[in-house]
Design a protein around this ligand. Structure first.
Ligand code: SF4
Ligand code: SF4
Length: 342
């Protein structure tokens, strides 16, 4: 009985078009829902801290992959009965499914003799804070003129430059297949691959502002925006208050000066939001995911409902997503009581 090993140099990657096709087929087979390729010149002029070439100076191509969150995984949070699942599935995508897929794809490329850097959607060591600013006294450049470790490639911009969709007003990436219920993984490679056009499909975000109205934390600004110019295209989305978002995803409303930990012995120092049915801080769930109690009420659910109602998404369902009025919890009496007409 012979030992089985991987088949090195099984593919001829000297033709960028055929190599791109083989890689895309593998990416889908490994678990990506859509895959596109951007040539590295599209990153010309981006901030040093987000430039893929700071990770791989010889990078020629970026492979972008979109991974969906199943609509059914948002169902139980929409019904208000099973929050753990939504959080766990996001965590599993971040910590397990995307890293496995991008790693498998990197091994496929390296089998043919080209280096590939798998880059999942988790970057805990970033030198940038949630608002994209350098963290003070966090790290130093290892070489003069280099970015500070760790570089954080903007995944939304990467997915846009790989032709996979657009960035919505909410700041979330929108896929023409699934709208906002996606996460992104990328790979950097020194292999030259045929690039796809930057996304030029039907416009997805129509500035309906449903995300702004439904965001429980009031995190998505209705007027203040962020503008970025990449590959000759001007992108604009709302300024999003990430600190407020972190609170909202934990179901709390701050009523005092922000502190690092808004809880004391599991009890919030601050108010509970009417979008959270939990009396105490829920335990963290699998894969280190955050509680995600808001369930993307604005930037995922309201946006998805808006996009689906306009028929612009390719993943179509027989029944609409929102089947009952939205619920809220009244915490004014201490124990909380449910609202939401049946
Ligand atoms: S909810 Fe409307 S405005 Fe907000 S990102 Fe989605 S489509 Fe754009
Ligand atoms: S995750 Fe929730 S709180 Fe944060 S921006 Fe989206 S809807 Fe708002």
């Amino acid at each position: 009985m012979a030992i089985f090993t991987r088949d090195f140099n099984a593919f001829d990657f000297s033709d960028p078009v055929r190599a791109a096709e083989a890689i895309k087929q593998q990416a889908i087979a490994f678990g990506a829902d859509s895959v596109g390729i951007g040539s590295i010149d599209r990153w010309e002029g981006v901030d040093l801290q987000t430039d893929p070439r700071q990770i791989m100076p010889e990078c020629k191509s970026v492979i972008g992959m979109v991974f969906r969150l199943e609509r059914g995984s948002i169902r139980a949070i929409e019904e208000g009965t099973f929050f753990n699942h939504y959080s766990t599935v996001w965590g599993a995508l971040n910590r397990l499914y995307i890293p496995l897929t991008v790693n498998n794809l990197a091994r496929f490329i390296e089998d043919q003799g080209y280096e590939a850097v798998p880059y999942g959607s988790q970057n805990d060591w970033s030198a940038l804070d949630e608002s994209g600013k350098l963290k003070p006294d966090y790290s130093r450049p290892a070489r003069k003129g280099q970015a500070m470790p760790d570089v954080e490639v903007d995944l939304r911009i990467a997915a846009y430059l790989c032709g996979l969709g657009e960035i919505g007003y909410s700041g979330r990436f929108l896929s023409p297949l699934f709208g906002p219920r996606v996460m992104i993984g990328i790979m950097l490679t020194e292999l030259e691959l045929a690039a796809d056009p930057v996304y030029d499909g039907p416009k997805l975000c129509n500035r309906c502002m449903a995300c702004v109205r439904a965001c429980p934390g009031g995190c998505i600004s209705a007027g203040k925006t962020v503008k970025v110019r990449v590959a000759g295209h001007e992108l604009e989305w709302a300024a999003v208050d990430r600190k407020k978002c972190m609170d909202a995803t934990r179901g709390i409303v701050r009523t005092e000066t922000p502190q690092d930990d808004p809880y004391v012995h599991g009890e919030p120092k601050t108010g509970r939001g009417d979008w959270s049915p939990f009396c105490n801080k829920p335990d963290y769930v699998a894969y280190d995911a955050v509680p995600a109690i808001c369930g993307g009420r604005g930037c995922v659910r309201a946006c998805m409902i808006s996009l689906e109602s306009r028929g612009v998404l390719e993943n179509k369902f027989k029944q609409e997503f929102r089947r009952r009025p939205e619920w809220t919890v009244d915490w004014s009496q201490g124990q909380g009581s449910s609202h939401g007409k049946r």
